[in-house]
Design a protein. Structure first.
Lengths: 332, 360
């Protein structure tokens, strides 16, 4: 979008006023008025195809640009913003009130025949941007820009919930939820539900941490059952009861409204059925594991039968090959 | 099984006392650009030094803010809709701004916020300063004096899925204390490292567990903590995500030692502590604890030092007496001085406000 405005005097008032004081400013404005410095109207251009994106103002005379150049190195952001400011418009209701929002952070430069502003951060889809160029004594030139909002259909899904076993001990502490693509944080607990079959959702079954325990790629969430509701004889358990009871069945649901990193919902909700059996208070014993080596001369896998479900992440991480390299794959 | 034993034994695993290796020289702060991958927790040290916990890098950065001009005694900070103003500065919408932590520079009285621009794996960390004029500004880190301490990570490499989320950070008497929680092992860790930073040794860690129980179910994540002094003895008060307020003496936390923590209050189920501060009023020390469910609780410190340990099962909240303070919607809390606290609290229409409140 390009908005044109009447040609104004050539120098930004802020710059001159700060550098030379009021008197010089007046003289310059008078000079400016006497010279044909606005050979063309100022135009604002959004350069969003290249990286970094930029906002450029064209329409300066060579003389006025040279004047800008001379002071460019010492101008503060506040001084530049009086001439060219770009705003990311905030749509929340508070914005309708009288709270003034600051312009975007970035850097300004004079390039050949134009003034250029590079925002410090990339432009975001769906946000409405407004650029304001204020020529000295002239009417502001305003221009708007908006990248299209992301309307792609949902594609992310839950791949698996670990432990993958259907029967879990009463003192099960941890679940890992593996997603097919990176997710976003700060609302995941709103979309994860645990319900005893035939009953209402259990209130606050999980330990809710502001940090949310994601892996670095943000495709795997660690979900902890509130440890206070596993321990016997401690306060949360006495107040709210244990989360799991032996012999009962439960459904863990990850709702489709859980958002991925692009802000899109999941393709579909995911359900895991759980049957609760007696608590497991015995540490894993590698002596009980059965190791079935591959047949000689084949590329068959090595099979380790653990005898019981193990912690998915720790099993993958802590079972090492003799040569110190990681396994390609391990089962949940 | 002994019910509700409130002594938390603290044994060999998580309070890495981070003894410097023999002869390890402190790391000097050098000018440059600290490559922050995330800014999760903040704490001020001496002389305007800001400690920034970066969970993604598994590191603590010490950044010299140069913000050492003493603020006027009456100076306070206030910024309405601070999340929207930060979004405007960072060129995005307010729903993409996450305020991770707040710390007040005790010298200048300016407020600093650790912020994430975005909620996914590509989120950009920001450091924002709100001066007494109420205008948030981005703190430029392109050329600052800084040093860095890396936390020991048992698993390194690009395939690593293990993360240790840093849940709180505090500076006291030349040491930085760091609480963390792994996304794989269920173990809460509390480390310390000397500042100026020395090479972080794995040192000795301390695991905090419930005395009556064994194995994993005894470990509990520290959510927030505050160092404070009773006489000459340095104490650490730790609030747990799912259990009580626990006190222990820093001097007891020796490598290899087994330390008994003292449970001094139970705040009930389903509550999450958010932040804690200590301040002095009319010659008395007080603790202020912000919670998601119980709001702000004020506890007199003489009650803490003289508190009896809770050693049997309790009904409702119990332990030291506390007073509920009517500050609604507080999500971040830090101490400005003995008279004021700075908070971030929810306001109208998805806005969060940064405010200075007189301490009760």
């Amino acid at each position: 979008v390009i908005v044109r405005a009447d040609p104004p005097p050539f120098l930004a008032k802020g710059r001159t006023a700060v550098r030379n004081g009021g008197k010089s400013f007046l003289i310059l404005v008078v000079l400016a008025a006497a010279l044909p410095v606005w050979a063309q109207p100022f135009t604002i251009h959004w350069r969003t195809e290249s990286r970094p994106a930029a906002v450029e103002v064209e329409g300066f005379t060579p003389e006025s640009l040279r004047a800008l150049e001379r002071t460019a190195g010492t101008s503060s952001a506040a001084e530049w913003q009086r001439m060219l400011a770009v705003f990311a418009q905030q749509e929340d209701a508070t914005m309708a009130g009288a709270i003034a929002m600051p312009p975007m952070a970035g850097t300004w430069s004079v390039q050949r025949d134009r003034l250029r502003f590079e925002p410090r951060f990339p432009l975001a889809a769906g946000v409405r941007y407004r650029a304001e160029f204020v020529p000295a004594g002239g009417a502001p030139v305003v221009s708007y820009f908006q990248l299209p909002a992301d309307n792609a259909p949902p594609s992310t899904r839950v791949v698996q919930v670990f432990p993958s076993a259907a029967k879990l001990p009463e003192n099960q502490l941890k679940f890992y939820i593996q997603f097919s693509a990176p997710m976003s944080r700060r609302s995941v607990y709103e979309h994860v539900r645990l319900r005893q079959d035939g009953g209402d959702p259990i209130e606050l079954p999980f330990l809710e941490l502001d940090e949310e325990l994601w892996d670095p790629a943000m495709t795997r969430l660690t979900l902890l059952i509130d440890p206070g509701r596993i321990k016997r004889g401690v306060k949360p358990q006495e107040d709210e009861g244990a989360v799991f009871e032996v012999g009962k069945s439960y459904t863990l649901t990850i709702g489709a409204d859980c958002r991925d990193a692009a802000g899109r919902p999941l393709r579909e909700a995911f359900e895991k059925k759980i049957q609760i059996v007696a608590a497991d208070r015995v540490s894993p014993d590698p002596k009980r594991w059965k190791v079935v080596p591959p047949a000689s001369g084949t590329r068959d896998g090595l099979v380790v039968d653990f005898d019981e479900p193990l912690d998915h992440a720790l099993a993958l991480r802590l079972l090492a090959r003799g040569d110190g390299r990681r396994w390609k794959k391990a089962s949940g | 099984m002994n019910k509700s034993t409130s002594f938390l034994a603290i044994s060999v695993f998580a309070l890495a006392l981070a003894l410097p290796r023999a002869g390890a020289a402190p790391t000097e702060m050098k000018a440059g650009k600290p490559e922050l991958k995330a800014a999760n927790q903040l704490a001020f040290g001496p002389d305007g030094i800001l400690f920034v916990a970066d969970t993604k890098s598994a590191a603590i950065f010490a950044i010299d803010t140069g913000d050492t001009k003493r603020g006027a005694e009456a100076a306070t900070v206030k910024a309405e809709a601070v999340n929207q103003k930060i979004a405007a500065l960072a060129g995005t919408s307010a729903d993409q701004i996450v305020i991770e932590d707040l710390a007040v520079n005790p010298i200048s009285r300016n407020a600093y916020l650790a912020v994430s621009r975005g909620k996914g794996p590509d989120a950009i960390p920001l450091l924002v300063r709100v001066k007494t004029d109420g205008q948030p500004e981005l703190v430029t880190l392109d050329n600052v004096k800084f040093s860095r301490a890396d936390l020991p990570n048992p698993v390194a490499g690009p395939q690593n899925q293990r993360v240790e989320a840093i849940t709180d950070l505090a500076y006291s008497d030349g040491r930085v204390f760091i609480a963390g929680l792994s996304n794989e092992e269920f173990a809460s860790t509390l480390r310390s490292v000397a500042f100026p930073f020395t090479t972080v040794d794995r040192g000795t860690s301390v695991e905090i567990y419930h005395g009556a129980h064994g194995a994993f179910e005894t470990r509990s994540p520290v959510r927030t903590f505050v160092p404070y002094k009773v006489g000459n003895e340095s104490q650490l008060l730790a609030a747990y995500t799912c259990t009580p307020l626990v006190q222990f003496a820093l001097d007891d936390l020796k490598p290899g030692a087994k330390v008994m923590g003292k449970t001094i209050a139970e705040f009930g189920a389903g509550n999450r502590p958010l932040d804690m501060i200590v301040y002095q009023k009319d010659g008395k020390d007080y603790l202020l604890l912000a919670n998601n469910r119980h709001g702000i609780l004020k506890v007199a410190a003489d009650q803490i030092s003289g508190a009896a340990a809770i050693t049997k099962q309790v009904a409702g909240t119990q332990g030291v007496k506390f007073e509920k303070i009517d500050w609604a919607g507080v999500t971040q809390l830090d101490r400005m001085d003995d008279r004021y606290a700075v908070v971030v609290r929810s306001g109208a229409a998805n806005a969060f406000n940064l405010e200075t409140l007189a301490l009760p």
